[in-house]
Design a protein around this ligand. Structure first.
Ligand SMILES: [Zn+2]
Length: 100
């Protein structure tokens, strides 16, 4: 575990991990687990940076209190936030729109 590094969203996918997000607002403290592969696709679509250091987390907002920049860590637990991303048709529509 200690040899694994998680500097980019791709790292989570590469290591077969999901992304466990903890709200930055201590009294909140909402958590959610996202599918790393979906997050990568989503980030690429919106041309977000892939690196955690490049502040990609500013694009994520807590669904409970609205705080930005949740803290990401790798987890093998199952995804809890299933409706964050559109369904397959929604993806296609979005991709067509982004291609312009
Ligand atoms: Zn929160």
């Amino acid at each position: 575990m200690s040899s694994k590094t998680f500097h980019t969203l791709h790292d989570f996918v590469r290591h077969g991990m999901n992304i466990h997000l903890t709200c930055d607002n201590p009294p909140c403290p909402h958590t959610a687990i996202l599918d790393a592969f979906m997050v990568c696709q989503w980030a690429r679509l919106w041309r977000w940076p892939m690196a955690i250091e490049a502040d990609v987390m500013r694009h994520f907002r807590c669904s409970k209190c609205g705080a930005r920049r949740p803290h990401p860590r790798p987890t093998e637990q199952a995804v809890t936030l299933l409706n964050f991303f559109p369904d397959e048709r929604g993806w296609k529509r979005l991709q067509q729109r982004m291609r312009g």
